[in-house]
Design a protein around this ligand. Structure first.
Ligand code: SIN
Length: 510
């Protein structure tokens, strides 16, 4: 058994920033189930949104965030994001990080969907996430312990408190454990997310007794590069911010007559418009012929196209929408505290409510910068020292449960719990998931085999998304039901909060 002050699970921007703020004072171990470069942050092409331009104001950013989030947002979390965001970004630049600037050294501001003005900073054109994360790897070198390729299998809970983690290779106790494992994109056939984004952090928190919420709100990004029936990578919204437009194979503009902001309308609206064209038998392309200096402005996308032999010079890039971001996650307050003492969460795995029903573009790297500071400061202020024993509350012993394949889960989610949902489809998906005895998966000991454990956690997450989507009888933001196509006042700011207590009745398991 080893001991740390703080254990962080995940290696994206939020994880690294918590570590950065703590490492002077605390002994920190970061676990990743793959190598440390595998994360959604690493893949982030879009930038960091912040109201720092002289013509901008945090109130404009605040309003844009609420409009995109369909006012399902937690207002206080949004205020913190946009106000503290400016300071957090300045702090990051003071550490020595450079965002893209013109020849006079003036920051370049880009535009993305649903922002009323240019307020997005990028680094390396479309390699913002990779540059920020690499910068932090350097800053953290020899200051924290990275343990790669050692998946956390479960949280250790003792006496109603999270006291550490059980990994594949050992037991680690800690005064505080921080989940920063990112999102759930891999539950869908098409996604922009890293291979590792299977929702395990959220599943582990739920299994340990922490509350999760807003699971029905999964954002689909309108433009993944589409090659041979597969989505092979993101085509940033910043490309549309530079003037690219969506067109069909018969030359029509997809967004004509759909929304006043056209190609820069909120993502859920653009994704549904593309989905509709595809369901009507059309192919959809991003016409980039009007984007100046495409290869130098978008080097990552240019090389992605070249890797798949898509000739971007002819101006048309084939696209399809894909799962991109989970607005819900583990319930946390604005200091990252979950409902389970000793357990914290940050980044995409956490839900402060900041994104509401639909995240505004380039608010996620900003969220990582802002809320990681808050989590770290809370840990420095009030972390309780515990002398813990290597003990955990007993889980049910395992019985053999037959499991589906990952692809079957992805097909079910894509077909029935995708961009457009309805009651019958959601019910069908619920029944499909429940044949795998979800209540048992929630309570049984974790699987040692990586593939089986991942599937087990994907089943829990898929079931949570499906059943929350079934419960929310309205359409709002990224959650669109064709049988309930309008927002309802009753559901405004009403959260669907889930805990594992729902698997118990007076008599025992359901
Ligand atoms: C993008 O570059 O389009 C994605 C940015 C984001 O999700 O914020």
């Amino acid at each position: 058994m080893r001991k740390a002050d703080v254990i962080i699970i995940g290696s994206g921007l939020a994880a690294l920033m918590v570590a950065y703020h703590l490492c002077e004072h605390k002994n920190v171990i970061i676990f990743t189930k793959s190598n440390k470069e595998t994360s959604n942050s690493w893949l982030a092409q879009g930038g960091v949104a912040a109201a720092i331009h002289r013509d901008d104001h945090w109130l404009f950013h605040y309003e844009d965030t609420l409009i995109a989030g369909c006012e399902h947002n937690d207002d206080e979390a949004v205020r913190i994001l946009v106000q503290e965001g400016r300071e957090a970004l300045q702090h990051f630049m003071n550490l020595g990080f450079s965002f893209d600037a013109d020849e006079r050294g003036q920051l370049l501001f880009g535009r993305e969907g649903a922002h009323r003005m240019k307020r997005i900073l990028h680094a390396g054109g479309d390699a913002t996430g990779k540059n920020m994360v690499s910068f932090l790897f350097e800053k953290l070198s020899n200051r924290v312990t990275f343990i790669e390729h050692d998946p956390v299998m479960d949280l250790i809970v003792y006496d109603g408190r999270c006291v550490g983690v059980q990994t594949k290779k050992g037991t680690y106790m800690a005064d505080a454990t921080v989940i920063a494992t990112g999102g759930v994109g891999q539950l869908y056939t098409f996604t922009s997310n890293a291979q590792t984004a299977t929702g395990d952090g959220i599943a582990m928190a739920y299994r340990a007794g922490a509350a999760v919420t807003d699971m029905e709100f999964v954002q689909f990004h309108p433009t993944m590069l589409y090659v041979d029936g597969k989505a092979v990578g993101l085509i940033s919204e910043a490309v549309r911010g530079e003037g690219a437009i969506l067109v069909t194979d018969d030359g029509r503009r997809v967004m004509d007559g759909v929304h006043p902001q056209k190609d820069l309308a909120p993502r859920d609206i653009v994704s549904r418009a593309i989905d509709n064209e595809i369901k009507n038998g059309h192919r959809v392309f991003l016409n980039i012929s009007m984007v100046p200096h495409f290869p130098s402005r978008f080097p990552t996308i240019t090389s992605l196209c070249e890797r798949y032999q898509i000739d971007w010079r002819n101006g048309l890039i084939p696209v399809v929408p894909g799962a991109h971001f989970l607005m819900g996650g583990i319930v946390v307050n604005v200091h990252g505290e979950t409902t389970l003492p000793g357990l914290y969460a940050v980044g995409e795995a956490a839900c402060t409510g900041v994104h509401g029903a639909n995240r505004l573009a380039s608010n996620s790297l900003l969220e990582a910068l802002v809320f990681s500071r808050r989590v770290a400061f809370r840990l420095l202020q009030k972390m309780e020292r515990r002398s813990v024993m290597e003990k955990s509350e007993k889980k049910e012993s395992n019985e053999r449960i037959s499991l589906p394949t990952k692809e079957q889960i992805q097909q079910t989610m894509t077909q029935y719990v995708g961009i457009v949902r309805d009651y019958d489809q959601l019910l069908q998906a619920k029944q499909w998931f429940e044949q795998y005895s979800i209540h048992k998966l929630v309570n049984m000991a974790s699987e040692h085999d990586d593939e089986k454990r991942t599937i087990m956690y994907m089943l829990i997450i898929g079931w949570l998304i499906t059943t929350s989507a079934l419960q929310r009888r309205e359409s709002r933001g990224a959650h669109y039901r064709s049988d309930q196509p309008f927002e309802r006042e009753y559901w405004k700011k009403r959260r669907i909060v889930r805990t594992k207590a729902e698997h118990f009745t007076k008599e025992g398991f359901r």
